[in-house]
Design a protein around this ligand. Structure first.
Ligand SMILES: Cc1cc2nc3c(=O)[nH]c(=O)nc-3n(C[C@H](O)[C@H](O)[C@H](O)COP(=O)(O)OP(=O)(O)OC[C@H]3O[C@@H](n4cnc5c(N)ncnc54)[C@H](O)[C@@H]3O)c2cc1C
Length: 394
């Protein structure tokens, strides 16, 4: 199907929406992105983009921008939180040279995707919150808060966890609290820090840290299990003392970082199951969802943004590669749903593995130490299915 001149409306200017917008515009589509915010801005926090996500940025022509904005990671270290002793090392230097694993600031990723979208001719409409989705007519339509009604032959929902489009396709559901909260903060980084992610694991909690922006900043994500999330807001500023208390039993290295945190963000981690229905074809058009709108995940495999990038590529590729919208969108969901379901399940499993206590923890850590010593290559090859998957190669 030729996308040249095809009109497309994307809802949401996050990672998934901007990547889809550029991918479609590069194939000739006339793309408008509707974003509810008054400006494109991001909370101060880091992101890991693994080789499967980086492959999409490369195929979108954004490799140089990614290299300029990011640090190339050399390892992920699993560390016993209380003692600070190493448990296992994922040696990312063993990845093929074309398989980059990157650390970057979320704001920098959004900025490079936004510039990429604009350069491809995408129109961005800020202050355009979609209040209603109507799939009952010949063409999909959305109504904005302003009362404007927009009919479009191709409506793409990249509107995140609270997606209106997901609800239109699957029925309204409230996301559920996963029993985990995450503090996020960025602090100045000690000079000469290695470009390695450190995962400090303790009973019921863990902390991930890595350097950003040429090693000038250090990203911190500290996760704690909680029974309840009582706040009305899902994201709020917290007292840094709460974060320090939660990790008071961790090593001096971790406590030293936390001493430098001021006013961290606290997030209740919510999600939905992977959506049952990702697409619908109506007589005069179609709708599809991608990114967190389709498969919100716990961040414990660092794959939310990378999955959104993969979705964006596959959606554009499927639309360009099939004769009909129905065939294209069926192919899109078939290619994406099993993989994202597997990734979401693996992230859930990491929550359990990182937070072990007592005997299971001793056994688990001992097993990882042994595997790392006997066969370091196996540590990395366990992730071949994830990092080695390049959606841009068909
Ligand atoms: C603590 C934490 C750490 C993480 N770390 C990583 C990591 O290291 N690596 C990684 O790959 N992922 C990570 N993630 C996950 C990643 O941040 C998300 O999966 C990703 O940002 C989702 O992108 P998205 O574009 O699908 O949705 P979003 O980023 O949520 O974007 C949705 C956009 O839609 C807009 N919008 C929503 N509703 C409407 C509406 N009605 N009308 C108009 N606009 C609307 C929003 O304003 C927003 O701009 C992490 C997440 C958390 C919470």
């Amino acid at each position: 199907m030729s996308l040249i001149g095809q009109s497309v409306t994307v809802v949401g200017a996050g990672v998934a929406g901007l990547a889809a917008a550029r991918a479609l515009a590069l194939r000739g589509a006339r793309v408008t992105v509707l974003e509810q915010a008054d400006a494109i801005r991001e909370v101060g926090a880091g992101l890991q983009i693994s080789p499967n996500g980086a492959a999409v940025l490369r195929a979108l022509g954004l490799q140089d921008a990614l290299d300029a904005a990011s640090m190339r990671a050399t390892a992920v270290q699993l560390i016993d939180g209380p003692t600070g002793d190493p448990v296992a090392r994922l040696d990312l230097a063993r990845l093929r040279p074309d398989q980059g694993y990157h650390f970057l600031h979320r704001a920098d990723l959004i900025a490079l995707l936004l510039q990429g979208a604009r350069e491809a001719g995408v129109t961005l409409r800020l202050l355009s919150r979609v209040a209603e989705v109507d799939l009952s007519g010949a063409r999909p339509a959305v109504t904005l808060d302003s009362g404007d009604r927009i009919e479009t032959p191709l409506l793409i929902g990249a509107d995140g966890l609270h997606s209106r489009l997901r609800a239109a396709l699957n029925g309204a559901q409230h996301p559920f609290f996963t029993g985990q909260v995450a503090w996020r903060a960025v602090i100045p980084c000690e000079p000469g820090a290695a470009p390695e992610a450190e995962v400090h694991m303790g009973p019921g909690r863990h902390l991930v840290s890595y350097p950003l922006r040429g090693g000038t900043l250090r990203n911190l994500v500290a996760v704690e299990e909680r029974q309840r999330w009582a706040e009305e807001s899902w994201t709020l500023r917290d007292d840094s003392m709460d974060m320090r208390l939660a990790f008071a039993g961790f090593s001096p290295r971790v406590r030293g970082w936390l001493d430098r945190v001021e006013d961290p963000w606290l997030w209740g981690l919510f999600r939905h199951p992977v959506a049952g229905t990702w697409t619908r074809v109506v007589s005069g058009g179609a709708v599809a969802i991608l990114g967190d709108a389709a498969h919100p995940t716990l961040p414990f495999l660092a794959q939310g943004a990378s999955m959104g990038l993969e979705d964006a590529w596959v959606l554009a590729d499927a639309l360009a590669g099939h004769d009909s919208l129905a065939a294209a969108l069926a192919a899109y969901q078939t290619r994406r749903k099993p993989r994202t379901t597997r990734i979401v399940a693996a992230a859930n499993a990491n929550a359990r593995a990182y937070h072990l206590s007592g005997l299971p923890r001793m056994i688990g850590h001992a097993g990882l130490r042994l595997l790392g010593r006997l066969s370091p290559a196996t540590m990395l090859s366990r992730f071949d299915w994830l990092y080695g998957h390049d959606v841009t190669q068909g």
